[in-house]
Design a protein around this ligand. Structure first.
Ligand code: FAD
Ligand code: NAI
Length: 465
């Protein structure tokens, strides 16, 4: 250790980096974490998962009250939107959680190196003019918004915004156009729809939510349409011009054809995210990136250079906070000489709309390509708790290997699918068969019983349909 300032130096304090730093420190390693933001927690805590969920939660409650859903339950109220207070509670949530990470850094004696980190060699990093040598360096620099050529994002201007700007819009737009029908577009589009905006989603592909199970994508499409989101599929945006507080988008069919214009008060650009490696000095460390700009790693999260590791959004795989966190724990354990493993076949994904949309493992399409399967489905309409709570939309689908009955994937649309999917992930992690789930006693009345009944449907008939 003599020549080294740290055993572990982590670059980036998002869910990947801060978790890696805490685990490394817990394992007795002298640890530092470089972060250029004013607060810890990365994209997720500052401008991603947490503030978006704060707005999703509040806007959902507003919509329930304003639309008369609560009145139908016997709760009558005069409803008024106080957007400033709604933004205030979002900021409070972020402040509390980012401050919590700072507390955990202090508790675990992790040194926060404030500023942008850049490699000067394979074991040395410069932060704010100071050089630090570390035995192990973990790159956890995350990702940022993919720009759309010809479309200038101006979050301060509040008209053409990315996800960060869309969280902070000060006045409900009359018409919001969302470019990209992925997770961000649907979550943040839902927020502003619920608060009163007309929302149009322009999606390049012929279906929303790429990467999810086909049936789930189709059903989600129906549900969002019913909620009043206008979905313009197979359409590309070719330009956006802004004049004062108004934007004009030019769109045309993805396959080519006549162009048309759409007027909007706000435009959200949400066409994906790209890994952050600019200015990191990767060349000085001897590391290159792949065609998608990601840092390639081996099974243990090691890069092509010994002693340099990488995790989270900057490496291949889904760009999800829980994936980054699990990789953070595993890489720290590997550095400490333990065996840190992440099962990348079992990473759940959730879209936090209402209802929520979730899945883990293979889609039905992927599973069919691999061999014979059996599929069991159960509608939420037939689940007693969902029905009682007036949440009839959605279903649970369990996909199992036709021969071994091993669960290959579980997909669902349900009000609490984000919570329900954890059971499916755990079952798959334990190598469960559909029979295992079908014969596990589930508490009644819970939404989770729909998962049990979908598993029963794989093998024959569920009880309640
Ligand atoms: P990040 O969280 O991006 O953190 C990287 C950190 O590194 C940043 O703070 C950055 O400032 C810092 N950094 C970068 N370069 C340097 C450098 N050279 N020197 C010093 N510091 C540097 N995922 C979910 O699982 N669930 C959700 O509900 C969810 N919601 C989201 C909502 C939105 C609007 C967005 C944008 C994303 C959401 N995500 C969600 C994705 C999630 O935020 C990311 O997958 C996750 O943050 C990735 O973690 P990370 O540690 O790899 O990187
Ligand atoms: P995304 O990849 O989910 O969706 C982008 C969408 O934009 C795709 O449907 C794509 O076909 C479309 N698109 C691309 N170019 C286009 C164009 N020119 N015109 C019209 N449509 C176009 O990306 P998104 O929504 O920006 O999210 C980025 C990442 O953040 C995701 O990978 C996701 O993992 C993560 N995230 C996760 C959340 C969660 O877990 N709940 C919430 C928000 C973000």
């Amino acid at each position: 250790m003599a020549d080294y300032d740290f055993d572990v130096l982590v670059i980036g304090a998002g869910p990947g980096g801060y978790v890696a730093a805490i685990r490394a420190a817990q394992l007795g390693l002298k640890t530092a974490c470089a972060e250029s933001r004013a607060t810890l927690g990365g994209t997720c805590l500052n401008v991603g998962c947490i503030p978006s969920k704060a707005m999703l939660h509040a806007s959902e409650l507003y919509e329930e009250a304003a639309s008369g859903k609560l009145a139908k339950l016997g709760i009558k109220a005069t409803v008024e939107l106080d957007l400033d207070t709604m933004h205030g509670q979002r900021k409070e949530a972020v402040k509390g959680l980012t401050g919590g990470i700072e507390y955990l850094f202090k508790k675990n004696k992790i040194e926060w190196l404030k500023g942008l980190a850049s490699f000067t060699s394979a074991d040395t990093v410069e932060v704010s003019g100071k050089s630090y040598r570390a035995k192990n360096i973990i790159i956890a620099t995350g990702s940022s918004v993919t720009p759309l050529p010809g479309v200038a994002v101006d979050n301060a201007g509040g008209v053409v915004v990315d996800s960060t700007g869309a969280l902070e819009i000060a006045k409900v737009p009359g018409h919001m156009v969302v470019i990209g029908g992925g997770v961000i577009g649907l979550e943040l589009g839902s927020v502003w729809k619920r608060l009163g905006a007309k929302v149009t989603v322009v999606e390049y592909l012929d279906q929303i939510l790429p990467g999810m199970d086909g049936e789930v994508r189709k059903e989600s499409n129906k549900i969002f349409k019913k909620q009043g989101l206008e979905l313009k599929l197979s359409t590309k945006v070719t330009g956006v011009s802004v004049e004062g507080a108004k934007a004009t988008l030019t769109v045309e069919p993805a396959a080519g054809g006549a162009a048309e214009t759409i007027e909007a008060d706000a435009v959200l650009v949400s066409i994906g995210r790209k890994p952050n490696t600019d200015g990191l000095g990767l060349d000085k460390a001897g590391i290159s990136v792949n065609a998608r700009g990601q840092i390639e790693i081996d099974h243990d999260f090691g890069t092509s250079v010994p002693g340099i590791w990488a995790i989270g959004d900057v490496v291949p795989g889904p760009m999800l906070a829980h994936k980054a966190e699990d990789e953070g724990i595993a890489v720290a354990e590997n550095i400490a000489g333990l065996t840190g493993i992440v099962n990348h076949d079992v990473i759940p994904s959730v879209v936090y709309t209402m209802p929520e949309i979730a899945g883990v493992g293979l889609t039905e399409e992927q599973a069919k390509e691999k061999g014979a399967i059996k599929v069991g489905k159960f509608p939420m309409l037939a689940n007693s708790r969902a029905k009682t709570n007036h949440e009839p939309e959605g279903f649970v689908k369990v996909i199992a290997d036709a021969e071994t009955d091993k669960v290959l994937g579980v997909w669902m649309i349900a009000s609490v699918a984000g919570t329900m999917i954890a059971q499916a992930a755990q079952a798959m992690e334990f190598g469960a068969t559909s029979e295992d789930i079908a014969y596990t006693c589930h508490a009644h009345p819970t939404h989770a019983e729909a998962t049990k009944e979908a598993a029963m449907a794989v093998r024959g008939k569920p009880i309640h349909i």
